[in-house]
Structure formats: structure tokens, C-alpha cells
Ligand binder design. Structure first.
Ligand SMILES: Cc1ncc(COP(=O)(O)O)c(C=O)c1O
Length: 466
């Protein structure tokens, strides 16, 4: 064994995470070099006297973040292209700093993904509504809030979903959670057992991957093509999986929609198998051509879909408010767990969002944002075309808040690191892959580009870096 491990079970950090950190340190300080072969899962588990699943979870995370590459029978190696990253003086792993930066409270960089247009948020109106809620809240505003969410907000969400997403649900089925990750935590605490198998889109959202790994799930990557998740391949790989996590409206990150035949195939599989589908409908409100697609949940006759949505993309992520819709038969079980987890969301923010929805501001805000994003998206597409011509393949997504561009050559992780050093926060597409040979590309946010010139400057800087 080339890597001396010191693991401390008494630490609050889970063991698999400690293994992950040790590997990152070894790669960063040069003890593990690009191309070095790392021990097989079984061998390392035996050496450390751990369950294979624990080591496997650490390896999956390292592979997902681009540190390691699994080469089947040839073993797992440190990613050869990591060379410039792994300098002995650079102890902080670059892959994790890139992702932390998206959620560390810093102001957005150019082309940063995942944020709505912060300049266009109606702050005055929001302040007025929040002030009113604060003044009007009686003792109810001061005590512990309902762990399932503020009742008027749950009702407002149920009405909104009925009108906009084709979902029929009672407010009792709606749970307000502190972000999508908290929705996943509530689901895993209520329905998941250690070792449950879970399909995950390949490429797929890294936050879901990490949350599910931490919940003890065995992840099975299922490829995504131009019709979305390849359901037949999912069935071939893990027919009896207990869960499937999907982004059917705009696949994250590729932006394709799950086709209708695939939607029916997925539901049919879940119905036969008694499996759960977790639908992540994170930015479905933004579609620039044609009508918004109804949610997968709207086709769910047998109550197999756990639907999640978030206010991060349509209002602002600092709110930390998302929601989960569960089948009516599961209301009690979810309510018990919500109470146990004790992750209540602040009353004032929930009441303000409820007023925003009920008084028609939300619908108006969305309408404005759709027009604004269509314009900002076009600015970026034009600027990229102007700088790169045919050298970049821009995927024509019909909706969402980011563009994906494919790279014909080069390593996207390296490129994203260089871009970040120049103040541009593009994300490397390969990071969204769990195990398949990743496609290299860049994911670019356009929502905070406030003028044509900004788009041109960002494209120019990107061209210089490339
Ligand atoms: C695919 C996907 N799902 C869900 C979310 C929402 O996360 P949250 O509600 O925690 O802000 C995001 C945010 O970036 C996302 O990219």
C-alpha cells in the first residue's frame, strides 16, 4: 500500500469521506502522481479492515470529481491529466474548491451556473412583503415553525403545481425543505435503507450523487442520450433498483427532455417493481420554445413519483426553500421524519414566499425572467459563435439556465481551473460523470450577463484561455 492512511472513527466526518480526503491530499502533495494505480477496493477494504461499500463510496466520489479513473480490468488510476493540479505546494484539492465556490456565499463570477438573475430580483417588492409578514405575524411567527412547512405556503405550492406543472396534490402532501438536498435527506430517511440501489443519470447532478452516497445508496449510473435517461439500460443494469433519480424536464446538465415513451417506460418499471422515482424539477419554469412540459409526476397514476422543486432558480438560492410532494399514503411517514430531522425553515421567509405566490407576483416575475433569460442566452450564444466559430459545439437546449458546449480536444477540468483563475466560473462537464468515459465540455451560465458587451468579454477571455 503506497498511501499511509490514518482514519479516525471518533471524528464526525464519515470514514468514506476521510478516505476521500486522504486521497485528495496524497494527489495534491504528489505522493500519488497522475497515472499511478491505486489499490483495488477489495484490497484497500481488507487492509483498512472496512466494509467494501465504505471504500467503494470514497472511490465513486473521487471518480465523480475527476481525481481517479476506473479502467475496468486495468484497475483504477489517478487521472493522468491532473498533472498541473498536483503540485506539492497546492494542498487544497482543486476539484473540491471549484464546487465549494458555487455554494460558499461568494458573489457570482462571470458565467457562473445555477444562479437566477440576481440583478433582476424585485428587492423593493420583496422587502415590502417581508416587512408586512413581520408586522402581521402574531405569536405564530415567533414559535418553532411547522416541520412540514408553513401551511399557507404548502397550499400555495399545491395550487401552483396544479396550474403550472399538471400535478394534482393536496397541501398535506407538500413538504417544505431547506433546499433540494434537504428533500433528498427527508426521502432517504423515510424510505431508503443502507445498500438500496439507485439509478442516477450519467451525467447527473453531483449534489444528488453525494447526498445519496452519504445515505448509503449503491449508485448505478444510467446513460442519458437525446431522449433523456435510457430506461432500457437502467433496467438491464439494475432491474430491481429501489430508486431512480431523474431530471425529466431539463436533464442536468445536458438539458434534454425525457421523451414521452421513456416517461411511460420509467413509470411502468417503477409500478411493476414498486420502486420510487425521484423527480428533480429544478428549473422547469424556463423554456424558450414551445409550451412548458408537464412534470413526470402528472402522469403518475400509482403514486411512485416523489416530486421535488426549488425556489432557488425562480426566486434566489439564499432563501434555501425547496419542496417535496409525496404520495398521500406516505404523508404520515414523511411527517414523522420531518419532525425527527428538525430542519424547519424560517417562518418569515415561508410567509413572504406564500404572499409572493398568492398575490400574483410570482407569475409576473417568471414571465419577466423568461424573456430576460431568452435574451441573455442569445447574447452568449452569439458571442461564442463570434469568438469560436465551429470550434465549439453548442448544444441547442430549449430551456434551462445554462449552455453546454462540447470540446473537441483538451481537458475540461484543467480548462475550467484556468478560466476560474481568470474570473470565469465555467464548470467542466466531465465532473457530472460517475464512471463512464466522460464527455469533455464546459457548462456556462448566462443568467447574470447584463449586457452584450459582458457576453463578448467573457467569450473573448474564454478564447484566450483556450
Ligand atoms: C439539478 C439540480 N437540482 C436541484 C437544484 C436545487 O438545489 P437547491 O434547492 O438546494 O438550491 C439544483 C441547483 O443548482 C440543480 O442544479
Amino acid at each position: 500500500m503506497i498511501v499511509p492512511f490514518e482514519l479516525d472513527p471518533s471524528q464526525p466526518v464519515p470514514i468514506y469521506r476521510q478516505i476521500y480526503q486522504r486521497f485528495c491530499e496524497c494527489i495534491a502533495d504528489g505522493r500519488l502522481r497522475p497515472g499511478d494505480r491505486v489499490p483495488a477496493v477489495r484490497a484497500l477494504a481488507a487492509e483498512l479492515n472496512l466494509a467494501r461499500g465504505t471504500v467503494d463510496a470514497a472511490y465513486q466520489l473521487l471518480i465523480g470529481e475527476g481525481y481517479l479513473i476506473a479502467r475496468g480490468a486495468a484497475g483504477t488510476v489517478v487521472t493522468p491529466q491532473l498533472a498541473p493540479v498536483a503540485s506539492p505546494t497546492h494542498r487544497a484539492p482543486v476539484a473540491s474548491t471549484t464546487h465549494q465556490a458555487a455554494h460558499c456565499g461568494a458573489l457570482p463570477l462571470a458565467l457562473q451556473i445555477g444562479l437566477p438573475a440576481l440583478d433582476a430580483f424585485p428587492r423593493k417588492l420583496w422587502t415590502r412583503l417581508a416587512g408586512r409578514q413581520l408586522r402581521q405575524a402574531g405569536l405564530e411567527g415567533l414559535v418553532y415553525p411547522d416541520s412540514r412547512g408553513y401551511a399557507p405556503l404548502r397550499s400555495a405550492i399545491a395550487s401552483y403545481l396544479g396550474i403550472s406543472r399538471g400535478i394534482t396534490c393536496h397541501p398535506d402532501q407538500v413538504f417544505v425543505c431547506a433546499g433540494y438536498r434537504a428533500c433528498l435527506d427527508l426521502i432517504s430517511h423515510t424510505l431508503m435503507r443502507q445498500g438500496d440501489t439507485c439509478w442516477l443519470e450519467e451525467p447527473g447532478y453531483f449534489m444528488a450523487r453525494n447526498a445519496l452516497l452519504e445515505a448509503g445508496a449503491q449508485l448505478v449510473p444510467v446513460p442519458v442520450d437525446d431522449q433523456g435517461l435510457n430506461v432500457a439500460q437502467g433496467i438491464a443494469r439494475a432491474p430491481d433498483a429501489g430508486f431512480a433519480v431523474v431530471t425529466p424536464t431539463h436533464q442536468s446538465p445536458l438539458g434534454v427532455s425525457l421523451s414521452l415513451p421513456r416517461r411511460f417506460a420509467l413509470l411502468d418499471w417503477a409500478n411493476r417493481q414498486g420502486s420510487w422515482i425521484i423527480e428533480d424539477d429544478y428549473d422547469s419554469e424556463y423554456r424558450y420554445q414551445g409550451k412548458p412540459l408537464p412534470a413526470l409526476k402528472s402522469l403518475d397514476q400509482q403514486g411512485r413519483v416523489l416530486y421535488t422543486g426549488t425556489f432557488s432558480k425562480v426566486l434566489f438560492p439564499g432563501l434555501r426553500l425547496a419542496y417535496l410532494v409525496v404520495p398521500a399514503e406516505q404523508n404520515q411517514a414523511f411527517a414523522r421524519q420531518a419532525d425527527r430531522l428538525h430542519n424547519h425553515c424560517p417562518h418569515l421567509l415561508q410567509a413572504t414566499v406564500a404572499a409572493f405566490l398568492n398575490e400574483g407576483h410570482f407569475a409576473r416575475h417568471l414571465k419577466k425572467m423568461r424573456t430576460l433569460y431568452a435574451r441573455r442566452r442569445q447574447w452568449l450564444v452569439d458571442a461564442l459563435h463570434q469568438q469560436f466559430g465551429d470550434r465549439l459545439q453548442i448544444s441547442a437546449q430549449v430551456g434551462g439556465m445554462h449552455l453546454v458546449v462540447g470540446l473537441c480536444e483538451g481537458n475540461d477540468i484543467e480548462l475550467a481551473q484556468r478560466a476560474r483563475a481568470a474570473g470565469i466560473a465555467v464548470e467542466p462537464l466531465s465532473r457530472w460523470y460517475l464512471e463512464a468515459k466522460p464527455r469533455h465540455g464546459l457548462v456556462l451560465g448566462f443568467t447574470n450577463i447584463t449586457c452584450v458587451e459582458q457576453a463578448s468579454i467573457a467569450a473573448l477571455r474564454l478564447a484566450e484561455i483556450m
